[in-house]
Design a protein around this ligand. Structure first.
Ligand SMILES: CC(C)(COP(=O)(O)OP(=O)(O)OC[C@H]1O[C@@H](n2cnc3c(N)ncnc32)[C@H](O)[C@@H]1OP(=O)(O)O)[C@@H](O)C(=O)NCCC(=O)NCCS
Length: 163
């Protein structure tokens, strides 16, 4: 499958992940998370057949490093978001939405039933993005994430029906 979705400012397109993206994904992940995944961890995930993903790139710059990516897994009709990250300098431009739309479109094509994810309830941008996309809270794990100075926060488990 190959398709493009144009971002809010019509500057970004989304395409399926390619093996050559690995290094760029690790860099984006490092920018987005306190405990980044290494190239090796990402490669091991991408080796799993049910894992798929998309990257966002600048229009007309298909060979430039991606500015965002999403990884998801689909098994037995149910899918989960494994991770999503957008380069800090490019946040708030609709790229996260574009990446999630690509996942939802792929899952509709695969006739999947539901998409799940876990998110830190203090991550306002991510929670707002998911709520806007129709995810609802179906669980809460208290003290799930550990931050600096021993601060802890809960994980929300969210679900989006696809049928
Ligand atoms: C979460 C993340 C992927 C969002 O990507 P993004 O490209 O900035 O998001 P978008 O511009 O597509 O925004 C889509 C919607 O999300 C919400 N949103 C995004 N940033 C927000 C912010 N800072 N505050 C509140 N809502 C926000 C809005 O509802 C927005 O829609 P709107 O602008 O039409 O109102 C990005 O902030 C990121 O990479 N964060 C670090 C990694 C991370 O936390 N990943 C999620 C782990 S579960």
């Amino acid at each position: 499958m190959r398709f493009s979705l144009l971002g809010r400012r019509r500057e970004f397109v989304v395409r399926p992940l390619e093996p050559g993206d690995l290094h760029a994904l690790a860099a984006l992940h490092e920018e987005g998370f306190a405990r980044p995944w290494s190239d090796g961890e990402l490669a091991a995930l991408l080796d799993q057949p049910p894992v798929f993903g998309f990257v966002a790139v600048l229009v007309g710059r298909a060979r430039a490093a991606p500015v965002g990516f999403v990884l998801a897994r689909l098994a037995a009709g149910e899918a989960e978001i494994l991770t999503i990250a957008v380069a800090r300098a490019c946040r708030g431009l609709g790229i996260g939405r574009l990446l999630m739309d690509a996942v939802l479109r792929h899952l509709h094509e695969q006739r999947a039933e539901a998409l799940f994810l876990e998110v830190d309830e203090t991550n306002k941008a991510a929670v707002a993005l998911y709520r806007r996309l129709g995810f609802r809270e179906v669980g809460r794990r208290p003290d799930y994430y550990l931050h600096a100075a021993r601060r802890r926060s809960a994980a929300l488990v969210m679900r989006r029906d696809l049928r």
